[in-house]
Design a protein around this ligand. Structure first.
Ligand code: UD1
Length: 420
């Protein structure tokens, strides 16, 4: 029930430290319950999705101990259940990774259909087809998927599109399949590579992650190991865009600049000055922004998870811009709330068009999902007057201490806590 209050029009200045990647962490944690050893996972983001996953892992019988705010020790040797609670699954999308992990290790999983951000139909048919190809049966009953196999066997699996979730889920299960599994048309996102690296650290034999063909040679068991999660490219991009819209000068630190190439290219095209080093990017903007075209695509294309934030920025450019959403059918639902702050965006099918030069003015708005919430914060940071944002629990699912980090950069932003 918390809400965020922003008094806008303050340029952001300074340095912000980026947390571990949400979408990598939420795959690595479920994968850890397939281990027979002790896993130490470092650079975990302190976000609600991670807290929910830890609760879920404990519900299966894993012992989870936070030895530092961002370091979790997982001992999954005591896992003795493979049924995920409905409420935990509904709180987040990544609960689907328990399917691959439990099926792989125990040859059985009962996992409710996942929740998470609502931007239209988000089927999991590719995940299930992959499990079936490995030798499992999948039955949907009362909103849950029951998956079972006597034995998993390596298979050649072609994905109709490079789904991140399906690639990772099938990859985790295939670690335990006899023989070799080849995933064709696999997703190449950095968190696919990170999950593969984590599994390899535990003894898996996965090659080709980061290309469109992943080859997995099955092993009988996974051991333990220490692993550091990669920095979050979406959090990084969110702060870069916030710097650009406020006419700021911000350095994002503890990042992998290569992961940001599509975002950096677009911000440069818009007129921002960008310099980068080994693990940082500095972005300087004088608020004079040129329009451009954005088309979301699978990695290394422009990420759909930064589309709402970028569309907000393009509203402030001095001319017409177009934003084409190619991944999710209904990922323009946030535009209604953004318009209440002054955005002028017209949606035509998969494309949104803005004439630019919008003046944002503060009012009360509600975040409808995680990145929609980030877009409203970004609009609020450059809006005249006070912006009040509800639905903050969406932001808490995926951004660590976001109001604290923005405050460090000079934003006038605070959280009001409400009971009940
Ligand atoms: C993941 C990310 C999400 C990001 C998205 C795209 C996590 C936890 N979430 O979501 O933040 O926005 O990738 O980068 O990592 N599809 C099917 N059938 C399937 C699976 C996917 O039709 O079985 C379609 C989807 O509807 C969508 C496209 O494939 O149109 C890509 O989806 P996918 O990459 O699977 O996204 P998610 O794993 O849900």
């Amino acid at each position: 029930m918390d809400y965020i209050v922003i008094n806008g029009q303050k340029p952001l200045n300074g340095t912000v430290n980026i947390s571990g990647a949400k979408n990598a962490a939420v795959a690595i944690l479920p994968a850890a319950i397939a281990s027979n050893g002790i896993c130490v996972i470092d650079n975990l983001p302190q976000i609600e999705d991670v807290t929910t996953l830890i609760t879920a892992m404990e519900s299966f019988g894993a012992q989870c101990t936070l030895t530092a705010p961002d370091t979790l020790v997982v001992d999954a040797r005591g896992v003795n259940s493979w049924t995920l609670d409905d409420k935990l699954a509904k709180n987040m999308r990544a609960s689907y990774y328990f399917m691959g992990a439990l099926l792989g290790k125990f040859k059985e999983a009962v996992v409710p259909l996942p929740g998470g951000c609502d931007f239209g139909s988000r089927p999991i048919d590719y995940h299930l087809k992959g499990f079936i190809a490995l030798g499992a049966t999948c039955v949907q009953e009362h909103g849950a998927v029951k998956i079972k196999a006597d034995k998993l066997r390596g298979a050649n699996i072609y994905l109709d599109c490079p789904s991140v979730g399906a690639t990772i889920n099938i990859m985790i299960a295939a670690v335990f399949a006899e023989g070799t599994t080849i995933i064709e048309n696999a997703a190449k996102e950095p968190h696919v590579v990170d999950t593969a690296n984590f599994l390899n650290k535990l003894g898996a034999k996965i090659g080709g992650a980061g290309t469109n063909t992943i080859r997995i040679t099955g092993v009988s068991a996974l051991g333990g190991g220490e692993y550091t999660v990669i920095p979050d490219p979406i959090e990084t991009g969110t702060y870069m865009i916030a710097a650009a819209i406020t006419g700021g000068d911000v350095t994002v630190e503890n990042i992998i600049p290569k992961h940001m190439d599509s975002v950096t290219a677009k911000l440069r095209e818009m007129g921002c000055a960008i310099t980068e080093g080994g693990d940082w990017i500095r972005i300087q903007s004088d608020s004079t922004l040129r329009p451009c075209e954005i088309k979301t695509a699978y990695y290394p294309g422009f990420p759909t998870d930064l589309q709402p934030q970028m569309a907000t920025l393009l509203c402030r450019a001095n001319g017409t811009s177009t934003i084409t959403e190619n991944i999710f059918e209904q990922r323009f639902r946030y535009i209604g709330e953004l318009k209440r702050l002054g955005a002028q965006l017209k949606v035509e099918g998969r494309m949104a068009v803005t004439e630019g030069d919008c003046e944002f003015t503060g009012t009360r708005v509600i975040a409808s999902d995680l990145r929609a919430g980030a877009a409203l914060v970004i609009a609020g940071l450059c809006a005249k007057g006070e912006t009040i944002i509800g639905g903050v629990h969406h932001l808490d699912r995926g951004y660590e201490k976001f109001e604290e980090k923005f405050r460090t950069l000079g934003a006038d932003i605070k959280r009001i806590q409400r009971d009940g």
